[in-house]
Design a protein. Structure first.
Length: 512
């Protein structure tokens, strides 16, 4: 089936073996995918050619394909005759416009025996099964065995334990369990709310501190997570551990200071370094307790006083304490090793080594990348920088490459390390035809001054980043997207999780 009477491109609509039936595939010889048809220049990869087209000829890949392989005729929707979208990296255009794509899919499904010809009254809505309905049988056979995306997969033991733990957090205690909890907690709090008025673990209960007698309201959930009385212990136990770690470096430390950004309090303040640290327990710093912009506002208030504020979430300190300690030591100038970049060898880092290095040195762990450059001192990797294609289409269309991760070995400063790595990145990016370099600086940890000093231009800030939390751990927000018939808010309410916000990121660009 051709696209229309005047074109001869191969359409996948008539090919039942091809599941992607809404695409118009362009037949391009493999050799042409790395050779520019305008200037006959060759490249190592198709991505290199794409970058060259944007930077060298100021032409989009889709327009290039239309001109040289489609006789100048761009595909249009057969229903409304509007131009269709190009599928980046696939050498194909959509057959239909976004407005009519669902209509086309329904028609294809009907013609190929899927669903029901009556539309809304599909077989499964009438209580039919694959034993009584040919359409449902055909669909079930199409995804059996290895064709099923879940074939051979199951939850890991860790996931099963986590599911069990989260379910137990949402359980309503029995009268006997409630009595046992009161007995276990009596050394810290006396629970005064009777069982008859208790409903669930998130309900605020009337409690009295066993030490000082102060009365307040705490949930059973918070009490089980070892909530402490603010009168008896102004700082949490974990916060005190962080403070002692900072004090052990030999710097001057002040506790719970309100004079820097009154009336707000800073947990840990280093006056000589103009540096402050906030320990953010996930339960007390969720959106319900602190609001959306609490962390960002504190950061901005500190910046006005020329103070750098460093935020630590409780799960980061619990699970990545060595990384957090190293980050703090670097910022206060109390690291164990100082290495000069000129004494290092610069090499491409193997993928497996890059993964292990970032998982043990970067607060966000490893992420997928195109290539990683590293500095080796006496054959040991001491600093690395990885690159990737930007997630946002705006930056991809401008043919930018993004710095995905950058980190040095724990408790190590590589003097001049970023400058030397950046010089190599520029050379690589120009060879690949990139128009510039993009990077982000998480404002929870700093403003990204190293990028400004290296010639990057400040381009603004991102929206506030956020996660979901059960009070102990943070979960990626994409795991709680809206589902069929349920909003994101309803999904998270059923899961018993709350939003916790970061500070967003500064955006920097370096034009090539």
């Amino acid at each position: 089936m051709c696209y229309n009477d005047s074109t001869h491109w191969r359409s996948a609509v008539g090919n039942e073996k091809n599941k992607n039936h809404n695409n118009i595939k362009i037949d391009i010889p493999e050799s042409d995918k790395t050779v520019c048809q305008i200037c006959n220049k060759s490249f190592a990869t198709p991505a290199g050619l794409a970058g060259h087209l944007g930077a060298g000829h100021r032409i989009k890949v889709e327009d290039y394909l239309v001109k040289h392989y489609m006789s100048g005729h761009r595909p249009t929707c057969p229903i409304c005759n509007t131009k269709t979208l190009y599928k980046r990296g696939t050498y194909s255009f959509k057959k239909y416009c976004p407005k009519h794509v669902n209509e086309a899919r329904r028609e294809w499904s009907k013609n190929n025996g899927y669903g029901s010809k009556t539309g809304p009254d599909a077989g499964w809505k009438r209580g039919l099964t694959k034993d009584t309905n040919d359409s449902i049988l055909k669909q079930s056979l199409a995804i059996t065995g290895s064709k099923n995306p879940w074939f051979g997969k199951c939850h890991s033991d860790e996931v099963i334990k986590e599911i069990s733990r989260q379910r137990s957090n949402k359980m309503r205690l029995t009268r006997e369990q409630y009595k046992q909890k009161k007995e276990l907690l009596k050394n810290r709090y006396k629970i005064q709310t009777p069982y008859e008025e208790y409903s669930n673990v998130r309900q605020l209960l009337a409690v009295e501190c066993s030490k000082c007698g102060v009365k307040e309201h705490r949930s059973m959930w918070a009490l089980q997570l070892y909530a402490v009385c603010k009168t008896c212990a102004p700082s949490s136990i974990q916060e005190q551990v962080v403070r002692e770690m900072v004090r052990s470096t030999g710097v001057s430390v002040q506790n719970n200071i309100r004079s820097v950004i009154p009336p707000q309090e800073l947990d840990i303040y280093l006056p000589e370094q103009k540096f402050a640290i906030e320990y953010n327990g996930l339960y007390w710093h969720s959106e319900e307790r602190k609001g959306k912009k609490y962390h960002l506002q504190k950061t901005l208030d500190c910046r006005k006083q020329d103070v750098q504020l460093f935020h630590i979430f409780s799960d980061e300190w619990r699970e990545k304490q060595e990384i957090v300690e190293s980050m703090i030591r670097q910022r206060v100038g109390k690291v164990d090793d100082k290495i000069f970049a000129r004494k290092c060898k610069l090499k491409v880092v193997p993928r497996t080594q890059s993964k292990d290095f970032f998982n043990t040195t970067h607060i966000s762990g490893n992420t997928r990348s195109k290539i990683t450059f590293g500095l080796y001192y006496r054959e040991e990797l001491v600093m690395a920088l990885s690159l990737r294609t930007p997630f946002h289409r705006t930056y991809r269309d401008r043919n930018l490459v993004e710095i995905a991760r950058m980190a040095s070995a724990l408790n190590t400063v590589v003097v001049g390390g970023f400058s030397r790595l950046l010089k190599r990145v520029k050379s690589w990016a120009l060879k690949e035809g990139c128009a510039g370099i993009l990077t982000y600086a998480d404002r929870r940890f700093g403003e990204g001054k190293v990028y400004q000093l290296s010639g990057f231009d400040y381009k603004g800030t991102t929206n506030l980043d956020y996660w979901y939390t059960d009070g102990r751990e943070r979960f990626n927000r994409f795991g709680y997207r809206a589902q069929s018939g349920k909003t994101e808010k309803q999904v998270t309410a059923e899961a018993g999780v709350y939003k916790v916000f970061g500070c967003g990121s500064n955006i920097y660009e370096l034009s090539l």
